[in-house]
Ligand binder design. Sequence first.
Ligand code: AMP
Length: 198
Amino acid sequence: MKRICVFCGSSMGNNGVYREAAEALGLFIATTGMGLVYGGARVGLMKVLADKMLEQNGEVIGVMPQLLINKEVAHDGLSHFVVVESMAERKAHMLELSDGFIALPGGFGTLDELSEILTYNQLHITDKPMGLLNINGYFDRLLAFIEHGVDEGFIRKEHLLNLIVSDNIEALFSKMEAYQPVGMGKWIKDIHQESNNK
Ligand code: AMP
């Protein structure tokens, strides 16, 4: 993977471990020679991550819609800054520029971006690995909810393989490098069949 896109909070979180994780991730991406793609902000964990990358002379590409630039949250020290029209265009651009994705703790913005990649991988619109860095067990309840979705028949068990989870940066990258996209044929056949039977 040459470029990693990181989704993470525009907030800092209430516990210093989140900030430390964003710094450690920035350090890892820069020192292994990869570039970073992210939302382009100078707030929250996004700022911590970008600043750590820049401190290590890493490549940082920010992608931000004009509406957020108008709110003065843009980072002005990045290697490249791409201005787009909408949040949807931003995600499409991030997807094009990146070879893999990582979600750090964050809020609805992070969950939206994470869900979009998982949905796209499920539909084979893309097949780039999606990693979840589960710092401090932040995502435990989301993971439990996803299991609930499997138990209730709304998420297919094989699609759990599209979400790569670890609380350790190096282990997460190793798993992402080994990612094999989940085939789509059986799923489509199954949903047709269950819809005809019920
Ligand atoms: P959240 O997780 O709700 O804090 O949102 C952060 C994620 O959504 C980031 O990965 C960004 O791409 C996007 N985002 C949401 N709010 C902002 C913001 N104020 N500035 C820049 N990006 C944002």
